[in-house]
Design a protein around this ligand. Sequence first.
Ligand code: FE2
Length: 224
Amino acid sequence: MQQHLMRRKRICEQHLQTLGGITSALGEKDSYTRAHGHRVALYAVRLARRLGLPAEDIRNIGIGGWFHDVGKLALSDHILTNREAHLSGELRQEVRCHPLIGAALLKHIDFLGPAVDFVLFHHERKDGSGYPFGLKDGEIPPGAKIVSIADCFDAVTTDRPYQKGQSIASAFKILRDGCRRCFCEAYVEVFIEEIEENGIIRNTGPASLLVDQLVRSAAGYPDM
Ligand SMILES: [Fe+2]
């Protein structure tokens, strides 16, 4: 392997291992969100790869997916342990701050680059109904659109404390129905193709495996 690739691989590994510590802290409060972050990272990377994006973009999208909900670290314990599907207005407002908090936590780490924006904008929706800024379609970075599709799919297909996971067919319907107001239609169709061909993620393995996969992607390895 060329020397610059080895150096780059080492630096990526060190940064990602450090950041993995942040999600471990979140996992202490909320184990669902930690595992959800791993799966969203892998789904987002699969979609980005299938869209033919460059390795650097794929890595940033994977990191954005991994840390998209890291701002939930700052939420009250009674929100994270909530068993109700619907939160009161006040609690909902608190939850809606998590992209801002997550981006504030990560923005000083140069290495993350545009991944911070993917954290900040992962709840923006193309008709302007999302949060925290109500951005419209053309204002939302493609990486954030990719993370939001991966986020929705994993949220629908997995068991959460307050709801059972739904079938893959239901998740596809939710994504397709969401194209009118929320999601990029072209990305949704490519994502569905990817899931139909390669299946859903059942187990992500330890965080170190995810770090390895993201580093491989950044370094241009073919096998991710
Ligand atoms: Fe979120």
